[in-house]
Design a protein around this ligand. Structure first.
Ligand SMILES: Nc1ncnc2c1ncn2[C@@H]1O[C@H](COP(=O)(O)OP(=O)(O)OP(=O)(O)O)[C@@H](O)[C@H]1O
Ligand SMILES: [Mg+2]
Length: 529
């Protein structure tokens, strides 16, 4: 063999070795588990460098934040490995070339153009003499770079070699892309799992609510007023009609709502409750109607609304008077069309929901003030039930007192056998602005304080003017409102009225008063003016 033949022979051998290696690599990378990929890439970098006689190979990819980063490297022993640092500041020109989809190739650092001054310096510093660098192209876009280089001596990069090495870059690119899409899929699955878990958690919390409802004491009372209410409850329960419960705070509206649901054909599914006053107005819409992921900034997950949750059951909309007008419009539409649209979606979802609403504000006044839309008012006002305040049914008071004493003494493990006649009388004559809730709290407190079998219940005094006796925020607010009202002779509106002095709208003041149990004292109780 002459020397030319020898060269050809050597070239052929090298080519065969490389083709064999490439075939082997392609086979290994197919079906490679994601976690084995990194190791396998570095191993391949080593084998290629050794086969071709190169000193170093480095792979870089953008981090999660999009900053190009060296992620895989191999180098001959004694050679400085690629730094684990962002690539762009060190190789600004090369980064730009790669991002533009161009291959970089130089036999000597001197070949680099003047605009690559920074890159040139870095190459020198890390000892690179010759280098070829490929973009890792996926769908025509560079998602990283793969470089091969020498440090011991400069070398040429014939086209044939460059083309073969490019094939390696392609194998790496597709393996990395496959892993990225697998990871994206995995993330999506995890999101679905998390959503499922949340939904289950919500079910649990709703069921806990239900247990509380289940455990509600019977609706106690013997007054004609309450019997009337219960007769209406029985009448309407069997129908599908919307019900609105009116009445002061603490009169038992929620209890009545549960009773209607429990007597209805929908009783096998739990009643879903929404307190319109407790949910910020910006969230109420998605609470009620649900939302798709990304419906608005911060909507990271899909949410099933309460309407959907109440499908086939009853939705109790408490404090309906607090619903923002734009949500009232939507609510009305849902009531008419019996279908909802989640926020961020225009796909209608049919829902079969019976509505029970409740409010302690004067609804007609709210309509007149424009706080409640008239059309919604008519829609909900199909079957209004007014729960009378406790002072209008004093016959119920002794019964409730005995039931609450029994309930609390049992719960606290105390034996209470009596309460004085005069004490009962006094309690029966108190106006109970906070109604049954207030009575219940007063009895609970008395049972806590009880030292023996005879219970002595302190009768609350109608909040007098002067310093509040408690510094709880509600008590302070109540005292302040009462004092202002007394100053204005209980005049709410107009110039110098309590609403103006307090800087509130009259309706707002009225709903605060109802919430805090503030009523103008009646003359027979001899308090106030
Ligand atoms: N007739 C009744 N028998 C027994 N307990 C009652 C009765 N009415 C009300 N209660 C009790 O009084 C408390 C207040 O009742 P509820 O929450 O139903 O009032 P509400 O009218 O919804 O008040 P608010 O308007 O402030 O929401 C609850 O603990 C409830 O169980
Ligand atoms: Mg209530």
């Amino acid at each position: 063999m002459n020397s030319r033949e020898e060269t050809l022979q050597a070239e052929l051998e090298e080519r065969i070795r490389f083709e064999t290696l490439l075939a082997d690599l392609s086979a290994r990378f197919v079906g490679l588990p994601a976690e084995a990929l990194d190791r396998e890439i570095e191993e391949a970098q080593r084998r290629i460098c050794e086969t071709v006689g190169l000193d170093r190979s480095t792979l870089g990819q953008p981090s999660k934040e999009g900053v190009p980063q060296f992620t895989h490297a191999w180098a001959i022993p004694g050679c400085m490995p690629a730094p684990h640092s962002p690539a762009a500041p060190l190789f600004p020109w090369a980064t730009q070339q790669i991002q533009g989809g161009h291959t970089i190739r130089f036999s000597s650092v001197e070949e680099l153009p003047p605009e690559a001054a920074m890159d040139k310096e870095t190459f020198r510093r890390v000892g690179t003499k010759s280098c070829v660098c490929f973009p890792l192209l996926v769908g025509g876009k560079a998602m990283g770079a793969l470089s091969f280089g020498t440090v011991k001596a400069e070398r040429q990069w014939p086209d044939e070699l460059v083309n073969r090495l490019r094939l390696v870059a392609e194998v790496f690119a597709s393996a990395l892309a496959r892993r990225a899409s697998e990871e994206a899929l995995q993330n999506a699955l995890e999101t679905v799992e998390a959503l499922k878990e949340r939904l289950q958690a919500e079910n649990v919390s709703l069921r806990q609510d239900l247990q509380l409802l289940d455990g509600h004491p019977e609706i106690l009372g013997q007054s004609t007023a309450l019997r009337d209410v219960l007769a209406q409850v029985e009448q309407v329960a069997a129908t599908e009609a919307s019900v609105i419960l009116l009445g002061e705070t603490g009169t038992g509206k929620e209890l009545i709502a549960s009773a209607i649901h429990d007597l209805s054909a929908r009783r096998n599914r739990r009643m879903i409750r929404v307190n319109c006053a407790a949910i910020p107005s910006t969230l109420i819409e998605s609470e009620l109607f649900g939302r798709e992921k990304g419906a608005y900034t911060g909507a990271l997950t899909k949410q099933v609304g309460r309407f959907e949750a109440a499908d086939g059951s009853t939705l109790f909309l408490d404090e309906i008077g607090e619903l923002p007008p734009e949500v009232q419009v939507k609510l009305l539409r849902v009531l008419q069309e019996k279908q909802i649209e989640r926020l961020g979606s225009s796909m209608p979802i049919p829902v079969d929901v019976r509505i029970i609403a409740a409010t302690n504000v004067d609804l007609e006044a709210a309509v007149q003030k424009g706080k409640i839309r008239q059309d919604l008012y008519y829609r909900l006002n199909v079957f209004p039930i007014t729960v009378p305040p406790l002072r209008d049914r004093p016959q119920d008071i002794p019964l409730l007192i005995h039931a609450f004493i029994d309930q609390f003494s049992r719960a606290m493990g105390k034996t209470i056998t009596s309460i004085s006649r005069s004490n009962l009388d006094a309690l029966q004559h108190y106006p109970w602005p906070g109604n049954v809730r207030e009575l219940r709290n007063v009895i609970e407190r008395a049972v806590i304080l009880a030292r023996g079998p005879r219970l002595s219940v302190e009768v609350p005094s109608v909040q007098p003017a002067g310093a509040p006796t408690s510094s709880a925020i509600e008590d302070v607010e109540r005292a302040h409102i009462v004092r202002t009202l007394e100053r204005t002779g209980w005049r709410l509106q107009g110039k110098g009225g309590a609403a103006e002095l307090l800087g509130l709208k009259r309706t707002t003041l009225q709903s605060r008063m109802a919430k805090l149990g503030i009523r103008r004292p009646t003359p027979e109780h001899g308090v106030g003016t």
